[in-house]
Design a protein around this ligand. Structure first.
Ligand code: BMA
Length: 355
């Protein structure tokens, strides 16, 4: 009897372990994101280890770490220009370095998310050229579909190449075709129909899966324009894991920013409840932030009001004085960011390591 009991216990304990082995890297990350959400909101920063306000390309540096002592829990990187066969992205980040930093971030227990600002395939201009009806042309049956497949092949090869030294694929959150409610991108509200947009997202999803990218958690984030109906451009439950929203403060009016963000986050988290998805504040920040208490007074209270997986603050460009959103040593926001870091809600790299 005792032996049978012991055997049964052993089987019961072994079961979840074996089940876990069959989860893809993407499913493992999604499970982890779900667990981590009950601990707090992960803080993210675009291009964090690549450059900061007063430095560029030096290894081991990070404005966030130099201000508060830890790396962000989430790091964002952009694939734009990869589709043209370039070895560097649109902001000069070498893709080889990006691969390296994603592996380092994974090693320290952190998470990476990828956005993509691809060139306009119809006009040859940057992503911010809404002309040329590019979406219609790249979908199956369109004149530029073959070209688009080559672009997707580049993305698939890069995402599949994200691996640990022992060859395990590193999962990432991929957030293509963002801010489609705005009219500035070639996949935006004025450049294609809502149905075409959804087809584009689904096509990208299916294509990359077909190519074997089993390490993608799919994020989808409206931003700008009319978002009254948050799910208007939603590709569907089978295609998206994380709902997002992109909202910035580009002026000196934190009250207006807060009002917009509150509205956006509320709509998003309601949709997340309805669809059973996670929700994240996928891009934000105050451009050229000088307001000394912006992080604890403006951003933090809003992070406390809704269940959020993470917030991604945009980049500290070393070569564009106004394009900075995170603190750095000596900046007016640095002291307040330490308080933001010390708040029990905010999670940085060490807070999530091994969790
Ligand atoms: C934008 C700006 C640009 C940058 C782009 C992609 O919001 O920061 O300077 O090229 O994101 O990172």
């Amino acid at each position: 009897m005792k032996k049978i009991f012991l055997a049964l216990t052993a089987i019961l304990f072994a079961l979840p372990m074996t089940a876990k082995k069959h989860l893809s890297p993407a499913q493992q990350l999604l499970e982890r994101l779900t667990k981590l959400q009950s601990r707090g909101v992960m803080i993210g920063h675009q291009d964090d280890p690549m450059y900061g306000i007063a430095w560029s390309w030096e290894r081991g540096r990070s404005d966030v770490k130099e201000v508060c002592g830890d790396y962000p829990a989430v790091m964002g990187f952009d694939l734009g220009k990869m589709e043209l066969g370039s070895s560097e992205n649109l902001d000069g980040v070498p893709f080889s370095r990006m691969r390296e930093e994603i592996a380092l971030q994974h090693q320290r227990g952190g998470i990476s998310t990828l956005s993509w600002h691809p060139w306009n395939p119809a006009t040859g201009e940057k992503a911010w050229d809404p002309s040329g009806q590019a979406v219609t042309k790249i979908l199956p049956g369109g004149a530029l579909n073959a070209k688009f497949c080559i672009w997707l092949n580049c993305v698939a090869a890069f995402i599949k190449s994200l691996q640990t030294p022992d060859g395990q694929r590193i999962p990432v959150i991929f957030r293509p075709w963002h801010e489609m409610t705005g009219d500035w991108f070639w996949w935006g509200s004025k450049s294609c129909t809502t149905e075409e947009y959804k087809q584009l997202y689904r096509y990208t999803h299916d294509y990359l899966l077909e190519k074997g990218c089993d390490n993608i958690v799919w994020a989808w984030s409206p931003g700008g324009g009319d978002q009254n109906e948050y799910l208007k451009h939603y590709p569907g439950n089978e295609y998206v894991d994380v709902l997002g929203v992109d909202t910035y403060q580009f002026d000196d009016n934190p009250d207006a920013y807060q009002a917009t963000v509150r509205r956006d986050l509320q709509r998003m988290t309601e949709a997340a409840k309805q669809t059973g998805k996670l929700a994240a504040f996928t891009e934000t920040g105050c451009q050229n932030v000088q307001d000394a208490t912006w992080f604890t007074r403006v951003l933090l209270p809003m992070l406390k009001e809704q269940p959020l997986s993470y917030v991604l603050v945009w980049r500290n460009a070393w070569d564009q004085p106004k394009e900075n959103y995170m603190p750095a040593p000596g900046r007016p926001t640095a002291a307040d960011f330490v308080d933001f870091y010390n708040d029990p809600l905010t999670l940085f790299s060490k807070d999530i390591k091994g969790k």
